[in-house]
Design a protein around this ligand. Sequence first.
Ligand SMILES: [Zn+2]
Length: 264
Amino acid sequence: MKLRNFLFTIFIATVCVACTTVALTGRKQLSLVSDSQILAMSAASYSDFIKESPLSTDQTKTAMVKRVGSKIASAVVSYMNSVGRAADIADYQWEYNLVQSDDVNAFCMPGGKIVVYTGILPVTQSENGLAVVLGHEIAHAVARHSSEQMSQQVALEAGSSVISGLLGGASQTTQNIVGTVYGLTGSLGTLKFSRQHEYEADHMGLVFMAMAGYDPNGAVTFWQRMAQQSGGSSFELLSTHPSDAKRIAEIQKFLPEALQYYKK
Ligand SMILES: [Zn+2]
């Protein structure tokens, strides 16, 4: 990283001219990209993706995906209402689809656009195991990790001109950069998150699944099963979600907090 970029990142982190706070964890995050831009891009790519993908014809499993997804989404909505942050997710249009594919993967795009691949169901094993995955993926969306990642790239690519543009209201500059960054990063559903984002999504996901009535202890056994599969080449989720002792240890640290919300 060039010195100028490094100093600029420090400047952003310190002054935080355009920051929001992540729900539940309270972490400050950079926010240079508007939600309306991200949600519109996300809705369009999700709709294209669903049109092109073979949906599962298994009605029982499809119903399970929709049930788990909507229970966790409802828990998130109630939680956000209770902490006075309903507006953060008011524009989300939750959707849940089960796609027929051997890939071991699932994702939630910004705005609550969820895809589960049938290939992950043998690893999740149960409705509770699926709740581990969907709690985590929904947490990425609620924590606006894609938006933060884009904001960081915008900041690094554009340097201080973006800030002066934002302060001066020259949003066209920012929009052009977002367009460029979006082109570079490709599908919002396949962004690779940082370790910090992964652990935060684990933390929030445990709480959300517990609030929805699922046992968060299932996260430990799910990630242990994923760790055993690490050699598998078709495990897409593993390529973006390293499963190792450190991750499982972090999850165990968050469990007591999550269990406070868990009612059988
Ligand atoms: Zn993740």
